[in-house]
Design a protein around this ligand. Structure first.
Ligand code: PEP
Ligand code: MN
Length: 261
């Protein structure tokens, strides 16, 4: 079981080299090589931008050629999407809406390559026990526990104006009671840029294994989730403080990949 810290930075959805390159360069300054480059976006509104889909594969290949050390993160909604993009991504996210899509879990567990890791988000109305059972599907159908990272992304809230709030206790218990690696998605569990970085910082008090933060060089131009995208100046300030604190507390960098990589 890893105890070091995994930071994932990147846009909600991959748009262009101009969009992602400044994020990669900033991340590398902090020794971060795990970059979100989603091609397939599950959207509530069918008319919203759905990601570049297969039209983005060439761009992903170019990113990998130009920055060979990167580990890329994608989300897939089907086996077909996974097989189409399997060669370019190291982390495969199963989103909140698919946490209990058992056929997808079985398919991914059966086909996943040994160097790949699944990031399994908690559904926003799912319990700790349901989350763990979904992770058990992955294990039952072929994955090692080290190939699974759980990701807390918040629950539906009755009180928050954003409609979401993170459940750190659930995340903490998944880590300590069930011995999974658990990271925190500060973006989808807050939904507004104002709250993302303070919540990211707060999550660290629970000793989780990592963070996911959505960012964009021009947040207002983002094709998806623009309200929660952090601009790169604010992100740099946050990372400077965050990693200084990590050095101080001895929980050193950083972008540790699961044992299988
Ligand atoms: C995402 O990470 O892009 C996403 C859609 O998150 P979630 O599944 O947590 O809503
Ligand atoms: Mn998003």
């Amino acid at each position: 079981m890893k105890t070091n810290h995994l930071t994932i930075l990147g846009p909600c959805s991959l748009e262009s080299m101009e969009q992602i390159e400044p994020i990669i360069l900033l991340a590398q300054k902090f020794g971060i090589f795990t970059i979100r480059a989603h091609l397939f976006k599950p959207r509530t509104n069918p008319d919203s931008f759905q990601g570049l889909h297969e039209n983005g594969i060439e761009l992903v290949k170019n990113i990998k050629t130009k920055y060979p050390g990167l580990k890329l993160v994608e989300e897939v909604l089907s086996l077909k999407q996974y097989l189409l993009t399997q060669d370019y991504f190291e982390y495969i996210q199963v989103g909140a809406r698919n946490m209990q899509n058992f056929e997808l879990l079985k398919d991914l567990a059966t086909h996943l390559l040994p160097h790949q890791t699944i990031i399994l988000k908690r559904g926003f109305a799912n319990t700790l026990e349901e989350w763990i059972q979904s992770a058990r599907y992955l294990i039952k159908y072929g994955l090692k526990k080290e190939q699974i990272i759980l990701c807390e992304r918040g629950s539906r809230s009755l009180t928050s104006s954003t409609g979401m709030h993170p459940d750190f206790i659930c995340a903490f218990q998944a880590k300590h009671d069930y011995d999974f690696q658990v990271i925190f998605d500060a973006s989808h569990s807050t939904k507004e840029a104002t709250y993302v970085l303070p919540m990211a910082e707060a999550s660290q008090a629970f000793g989780l294994d990592g963070l996911l933060i959505e960012c964009h060089p021009q947040p207002m131009m983002a094709l998806s989730d623009k309200d929660q995208a952090i601009d790169l100046e604010a992100l740099e300030q946050f990372l400077s403080k965050f990693y200084a604190l990590k050095e101080f507390t001895g929980k050193k960098n950083l972008n540790v990949i699961s044992d299988n990589q």
